[in-house]
Design a protein around this ligand. Structure first.
Ligand SMILES: Nc1nc2c(ncn2[C@@H]2O[C@H](COP(=O)(O)OP(=O)(O)OP(=O)(O)O)[C@@H](O)[C@H]2O)c(=O)[nH]1
Ligand SMILES: [Mg+2]
Length: 192
């Protein structure tokens, strides 16, 4: 699939403002895991705000792609220095989005290839599994580990999640490793 156009449409702070007019592909994961960077690398442009400090994305941002579907950039979870109150606020926003979005097609769940999944990652995986929302797990920042070690890191994450390595896709927002695979997954949804 080719990305022919991409534009920012809206930021929402409550689920009643979700546009609901096009299919949605959402990106979830810990704060700083690389959600916004992944969106930018899929689009080959810097549309989503990224930052070296966690907690950059605070609202749910909708980007309309090819005038046909949305990329939904969600706030990250597990950003403790935001304070308990903010953390709870964002967690509720993410939860409500996953629960109430009517056009959500698939969730891309991101984990950092170098780190063991946290209990929040495990909760998210559990939630996605039992809610019936289709999802794909992505191991981000694959460029930060030696190529020859990628498989080992993926295996560690898979073991922690009690899933097979084959269900985790390594990704690099720098090298664009994994980009075609994600675009192909999205294309399959659009053809349905
Ligand atoms: N080397 C490398 N760095 C990455 C990659 N993806 C993201 N980063 C870096 O990781 C940091 C966080 O990236 P973001 O895309 O802002 O992360 P986020 O998940 O959107 O973070 P929040 O909005 O705070 O939840 C930035 O400094 C990025 O440059 C990657 O694939 N490789
Ligand atoms: Mg972000």
């Amino acid at each position: 699939m080719k990305i022919s156009s991409a534009k920012f449409v809206t930021s929402v702070a409550k689920v009643s403002n979700i546009p609901n007019d096009y299919k949605e592909f959402a990106f979830v994961g810990r704060s700083n895991v690389g959600k916004s960077s992944l969106i930018n690398s899929l689009l080959s442009q810097k549309l989503a705000r990224t930052s070296t400090t966690p907690g950059r994305t605070r609202l749910i941002n909708f980007f309309l792609i090819n005038n046909a579907f949305y990329f939904v950039d969600l706030p990250g979870y597990g950003f403790h220095s935001a304070g308990k109150q903010n953390e709870n606020l964002w967690a509720t926003l993410i939860e409500n989005y996953l629960k109430y979005s009517k056009a959500l097609e698939r969730v891309f769940m991101l984990v950092d290839i170098r780190h063991a999944p946290t209990s929040q990652d495990k909760q998210m995986l559990y939630y996605l599994t039992y809610s019936g929302i289709p999802f794909t797990i992505i191991a981000t920042k694959a460029d930060k580990v030696a190529k020859s070690k990628v498989k080992n890191y993926i295996k560690k994450i898979a073991d922690e999640f009690c899933i097979t390595s084959a269900s985790i896709l390594p990704y690099s927002s720098i090298g664009q490793q994994g980009r075609e695979e994600i675009l192909n997954i999205i294309e399959q949804h659009l053809n349905l």
